[in-house]
Design a protein around this ligand. Structure first.
Ligand SMILES: [Zn+2]
Length: 111
């Protein structure tokens, strides 16, 4: 026992940690956690369990390319169905869009 963190040399302990994706809890999973820097390492088997549960919860495939296209005289951004389902978007919903930079936009629901 007494593994040492590869990042900082701190002591590594084994405990369960909450794994979240997009603000949703996937579950609690065993990990090796550095007591100094907090680095969390999951085994390959645990990573596969996490992926399977994330898929089951519809938290998979939400990152995708979105195409900019023309609709009539407007320009539209086409996003994939999984993301629409995850967000609970419906046709006619209002979204507020703002740039964070020239390379990054943020969309917020009307709430
Ligand atoms: Zn560390």
């Amino acid at each position: 026992m007494g593994r040492v963190c590869e990042e900082c040399g701190g002591r590594v302990i084994r405990r369960k940690v909450r794994f979240s994706l997009y603000g949703e809890t996937v579950g609690l999973y065993p990990a090796e956690v550095c007591s100094r820097c907090g680095e969390e390492v999951f085994s390959e088997e645990t990573a596969m369990d996490i992926n399977a549960e994330a898929k089951r919860k519809g938290l998979w495939g939400l990152e995708a390319k979105a195409r900019v296209t023309r609709v009539g005289t407007s320009v539209a951004v086409v996003i994939n169905k999984r993301l629409v389902k995850f967000l609970g978007l419906r046709l006619g919903d209002d979204l507020y869009i703002r740039p964070e930079s020239r390379h990054r936009i943020v969309m917020d629901r009307d709430s």
